[in-house]
Design a protein around this ligand. Structure first.
Ligand SMILES: *Cc1c(COP(=O)(O)O)cnc(C)c1O
Length: 372
């Protein structure tokens, strides 16, 4: 059994993907081929924003937005403590200070009450200027943007939605990657919409930011490639990856997003009352980058993971370490995030992908019930 079965997906889409790859080879426009702009238009229309700017990966996507907002030394950027390292790494990379904020134990996402407390504490301290919030759509569930957008407005903060895991999710009928002043996603193969290598994208309605991003992804180009008007980077989505993403994005819209939601329901129906299952609040839609249960203790979690492994069932711990406890952030002032501390000890992500099948879910749940 696979944790995320990319081979099954390829088998299902093989003829379309192979044809798309072959066409790129024959056309030989490997950088900035027509498929890149086509994909950008398709993604922007789906998400419901004006601009989609693809780039090299989801980490660059975040960095490029922070560059566009001129975030740097002396600025505080609020980041959930429970997330993948890149969400906070990019802040420090730009020379700004990440301020880690605890999360909600049910949704795993940024806790708006704690966010506001953290903003007020930074303001009161007066050493850093609160500039932006990176809100993460963890495991496919959009963060609580009803509250977070209001807080960002109240304190004049820019809102960056890290939708690396959130593509396909929704809140109040609006799609993920549309909630920030800018939003990003990743096409890393295991994400809800993945390519066959690295890839990423930025979404925004801000024309000025979009122009800036299209410039810096090609060495700060001006009117043409060898006219360089600012310092940029080299971060583009390859034509091959864009061509691979086109049929994968069609499958995502036609049935894969429904399929992961069906798989999540199979799990939740069987595990209700056995372990703590993921919570999708009223009005939210999830794209199930992960299906993550919460056990009662580290001992119980580790024993379950070992028992499932014995049965050939792969599981993962996302994430074993809070951001504030990472060695790379050892120089930051200490923060207290007890919810994240507990989640890192107690969470376990089960196999989840569109090709999982109810039989596999049944097998996993029976093995789990025999253990807890
Ligand atoms: C994967 C991920 C990223 C980084 O994306 P890459 O394409 O791997 O650079 C950023 N934030 C979160 C929450 C992620 O899960």
């Amino acid at each position: 059994m696979q944790f995320r079965d990319l081979k099954a997906q390829y088998a299902a889409l093989k003829s379309e993907i192979d044809a798309a790859v072959q066409k790129v080879m024959e056309d030989s426009h490997f950088i900035s081929g027509a498929q890149v702009a086509e994909l950008e238009n398709e993604l922007a229309a789906y998400v419901g924003v004006k601009h989609c700017i693809t780039c090299g990966n989801g980490t660059d996507a975040l960095s490029m937005v922070l560059m566009g907002w001129q975030i740097g030394p002396g600025d505080a950027v609020f980041v959930p403590d429970f997330t993948f390292f890149a969400s906070g790494e990019v802040v420090a990379f730009e020379g700004a200070t990440p301020v880690f904020v605890d999360v909600d134990p049910d949704t795993f996402n940024l806790d708006p009450v704690k966010l506001e407390e953290a903003v007020l504490a930074i303001k009161a301290e007066g050493k850093l200027v609160p500039k932006a919030v990176v809100a993460v759509d963890l495991f496919g569930l959009p963060a609580n943007y009803r509250e977070i957008q209001a807080i960002a407005r109240r304190y004049g903060l820019l809102l960056l939605e890290d939708g690396a895991q959130g593509f396909g999710g929704s809140m109040d009928g609006q799609r993920a990657c549309s909630f920030g002043d800018a939003s990003t996603t990743s096409f890393f193969p295991a994400k809800p919409l993945g390519c066959y290598g690295d890839g990423g994208a930025i979404f925004t309605n801000d024309d000025t930011l979009a122009d800036y991003l299209r410039s810096i992804r090609v060495h700060g180009k001006g009117s043409f490639k060898y006219d360089n008007v600012r310092i940029g980077v080299n971060s583009r989505l390859d034509t091959l990856q864009a061509a691979i993403l086109q049929p994968k994005f069609r499958a995502f819209q036609e049935y894969e997003l429904d399929a992961v939601n069906r798989a999540a329901n199979w799990y939740t129906t069987r595990l209700q009352g056995v372990v703590k299952t993921p919570v999708v609040p009223e009005g939210f839609g999830c794209s199930w980058a992960q299906y993550t249960i919460t056990l009662e203790s580290r001992e119980q979690r580790d024993a379950l993971q070992a028992a499932l492994k014995e049965q050939g069932i792969p599981t993962m711990v996302y994430y074993p370490k809070p951001m504030h406890a990472q060695t790379a952030f050892a120089d930051l002032p200490p923060v207290s995030c007890p919810v994240t501390d507990r989640l890192c000890a107690c969470v376990l992500s089960l196999p989840m992908h569109p090709y999982l099948g109810e039989g596999n879910v049944e097998f996993i749940c029976n093995a789990l019930k025999a253990q807890v």
